[in-house]
Design a protein around this ligand. Structure first.
Ligand code: F0G
Length: 430
């Protein structure tokens, strides 16, 4: 059902509206618009929460993102989701790593989504919206995971897909996915921020649907991470959620999810949202430390965590609000700290992640060492992408295999020389 307002242009579609977070201007759910046409502010999807019963979330049946359709911008009865079973990822209790850091630790492993990253949660919603709008094709810029996810959902939907990647800066597993699933892949001689600038114009001029996280529908899918964490902890909210920040969409989305649970009366608090960036790509951290609400773009972001090599994050304003309003913090970590954390997760907990994801653990350790995070806090770290996304990096930081003749004596001699297969924890600093 669509109810058109008489005097204003705004339309309530299926119980939600699109609203500018800066000036409050409202837009209809069937307009293709990504930022406010009056003030360029970011857009947010708003619901009439008084019309949503808590039970529709707490007792929802099914699994994954679509289980929470009562808080998604779709008609519950008539929507046919483009889905490959995204979401419903495990929340691991991590005693060994938690003890080594000195905190109560859980890890929400988003690398176990179907395409190997949390992006699937946003893409199932974004591509379903694209189909509803009847667009002729979809496009994005990406440090890799967004492009892989979009390619796969576009393939499922039968939509043409165009992805812009920063040349030579995207991990191999991600490029392979985008290519394999039939996206038209462009390698641009610039960084992610350049690619995003190009694709935004391309979408406007060629009438393609933009599915970067500036698109507010993407974030609606990603906020379900918060619903799952709460549900997995029996609707008890952790003290803190720690995650890597790149284009700053995910931290904004997860915060929104926790706020919505509070609005529905399901919970009565929100976690301290804690964003981690790499030392040489940290515009959000700098803005936070200077108490600003906007960022100063960094022209030459660098880090081995290629997923978060971003100097001009589009969702910075939403992310900073999430951090300030929740009493959280933003901190940076070095590439070496990221690498150590990647090894610790792999070897203490059996959780294989790509470098950007390990930034959350590196940041947690740093903040605990600084005394900012207390030992009795209950902390959830989000690991955003799977180890196999970036196999080159994994091979680069691990001991190479022992090359030996195919006979038992050669193998046995190496085994004894190297301490009969004892755990290689010496590489892990604590
Ligand atoms: N971790 C991983 C593995 C990512 O791929 C990204 C973003 C982030 C963290 C940061 O999330 O942008 O919401 O703050 N990757 C985007 C991409 C930019 O193109 O795949 P964010």
């Amino acid at each position: 059902m669509v109810i058109y307002g008489l005097r204003t242009h705004y339309v309530i579609t299926m119980g939600y509206r699109v609203e500018c977070i800066r000036c409050g201007k409202r837009f209809s759910g069937d307009e293709i618009i990504y930022t406010c046409d009056r003030c360029s502010g970011l857009l947010d999807i708003k619901y009439d929460y008084s019309g949503i019963e808590a039970e529709r979330i707490v007792k929802a049946k099914g699994r994954g993102v679509w289980k929470y359709i009562a808080l998604l911008p779709f008609d519950v009865e008539n929507t046919v989701p483009i889905t490959i079973n995204e979401g419903d990822t495990p929340l691991y209790r991590c005693h060994r790593l938690g003890e080594s850091i000195g905190v109560n630790l859980w890890v929400k492993h988003e690398g176990l989504n179907p395409t190997g990253s949390f992006k699937d949660r946003g893409m199932t919603v974004g591509v379903t919206k694209a189909m509803e709008l009847g667009v002729r094709g979809v496009a994005c810029a990406s440090t890799g995971n967004t492009s892989a996810s979009l390619a796969i959902f576009a393939a499922k939907a039968g939509l043409p897909c165009y992805v812009m990647l920063p040349a030579g800066k995207v991990a191999m597993g991600k490029v392979a996915q985008a290519m394999m699933h039939g996206a038209k892949v462009f390698s641009l001689m610039g960084n992610f921020d350049d690619a995003l600038r190009v694709v935004r114009t391309l979408c406007d001029e060629e009438h393609l649907y933009l599915l970067n996280s500036v698109n507010p529908y993407r974030l609606e899918g990603q906020k379900t991470i918060a619903f799952e964490i709460a549900e997995q902890l029996n609707w008890e909210i952790p003290d803190r959620v720690v995650l890597p920040v790149g284009n700053a969409g995910n931290i904004s989305a997860i915060y929104k999810g926790f706020i919505e649970l509070e609005k529905l009366g399901i919970t009565n608090t929100v976690p301290k949202m804690t964003g981690i960036q790499a030392e040489r790509a940290q515009p959000v951290v700098k803005a936070f430390k200077e108490g600003r609400e906007d960022i100063i773009p960094e022209p030459h972001p660098e880090t081995i965590a290629s997923a978060i090599r971003i100097g001009n994050p589009v969702n910075a304003m939403k992310a900073l609000r999430a951090i300030y309003d929740s009493g959280g913090i933003a901190e940076s970590v070095t590439d070496d700290e990221i690498t150590d954390a990647q090894l610790q997760l792999a070897r203490l907990e059996g959780i294989g992640v790509e470098p950007a994801s390990a930034a959350s653990i590196a940041g947690l350790r740093k903040l605990c060492n600084m005394g900012v995070i207390e030992p009795d806090e209950r902390v959830v770290c989000i690991t955003t992408g799977h180890l196999l996304k970036d196999p080159e990096r994994a091979i680069a930081i691990c001991e190479p295999p022992y090359e030996v003749p195919a006979d038992i004596e050669s193998v046995r001699s190496i085994l004894h020389e190297t301490g009969s297969g004892e755990r290689r924890e010496e590489v892990i600093y604590a």
